[in-house]
Design a protein around this ligand. Structure first.
Ligand SMILES: C[S@@+](CC[C@H](N)C(=O)[O-])C[C@H]1O[C@@H](n2cnc3c(N)ncnc32)[C@H](O)[C@@H]1O
Length: 225
């Protein structure tokens, strides 16, 4: 284990602490990425299909979906899940069908369960990002889309050095700053069941991107657009 690794217990502790103030700190910062990711997800969703939001946090994204979009939300942190329950009580969100504490790296859903999966600002928080990404593919139907909003680390240069230096601090806060795009490239190659449809850097600085993958394996008449 290296100093850049996260562990489940540490992530749970960190996000249970973030939960009451998360919207205040991160609500505005990530607004654009959330909106674009949800647009991409809904564009790929066939009628009657379901979206799984992994690492849904306090549920900031959930009211941004159309009221007709069927949603399931999971997160590792019970504190975050409690905030989603509060939001559901306040806003209704009748399209939110299921909310559960669940580890993205070992989900209890059956294979091919969802038409679209969304993971906004989650992968770099997962203790084992590649295991989580494999699970994203497993629970998505063939032909379905996986929409990921993520930090893309610089790897080299001054920004790369700063991101590496920040790791001992950000790790305690529950996320990685040091996460180069090559991690996604290497994972996709090893997984072998995804095709990258889009890598769209987000303004203002392009340090975050929306990555959209399509699950290619066993592609058949799944009805997914
Ligand atoms: C930066 S927050 C993003 C929350 C939300 N998606 C958003 O857009 O605001 C990262 C979230 O990922 C969750 N998370 C981290 N590792 C996870 C895992 N292995 N399984 C499920 N959720 C996880 C954390 O609990 C936290 O709620």
């Amino acid at each position: 284990m290296t100093t850049s690794d996260l562990e489940n217990d540490g992530v749970i502790r960190a996000y249970d602490r973030w939960a009451p103030i998360y919207d205040l700190v991160f609500g505005g910062v990530f607004r654009e990425g959330r909106r674009d990711a949800i647009g991409a997800a809904e564009a790929a969703l066939p009628d009657g299909g379901r979206v799984l939001e992994v690492g849904a946090g306090t549920g900031l994204n959930l009211p941004l979906y159309k009221p007709t979009t069927r949603l399931v939300a999971v997160d590792l942190s019970p504190g975050m899940i409690a905030q989603i329950a509060k939001r559901k009580a306040q806003l209704g969100l009748a399209n939110l069908e299921e909310v559960e504490v669940m580890n993205a790296q070992a989900m209890t859903f059956t294979d091919d369960a969802f038409e679209v999966l969304v993971a906004n600002y989650v992968v770099t928080s997962c203790p084992d990002p590649e295991a989580a990404l494999d699970e994203f593919v497993r629970v998505t139907k063939p032909g379905g889309h996986i929409v990921i909003t993520t930090r893309i680390g610089a790897n080299t240069g001054l920004r790369g050095r700063i991101e590496k230096a920040l790791m001992p601090i950000t790790r305690r806060l529950g996320f990685r700053t040091d996460f180069p795009y090559s991690r996604y490239e290497n994972w996709a190659k090893a997984n072998g069941q995804v095709e990258l449809l889009e890598n769209r850097p987000l303004p203002p600085l392009g340090h975050f991107s929306i990555l959209t993958y399509r699950k290619t394996a066993n592609c058949n008449n799944s009805g997914v657009k």
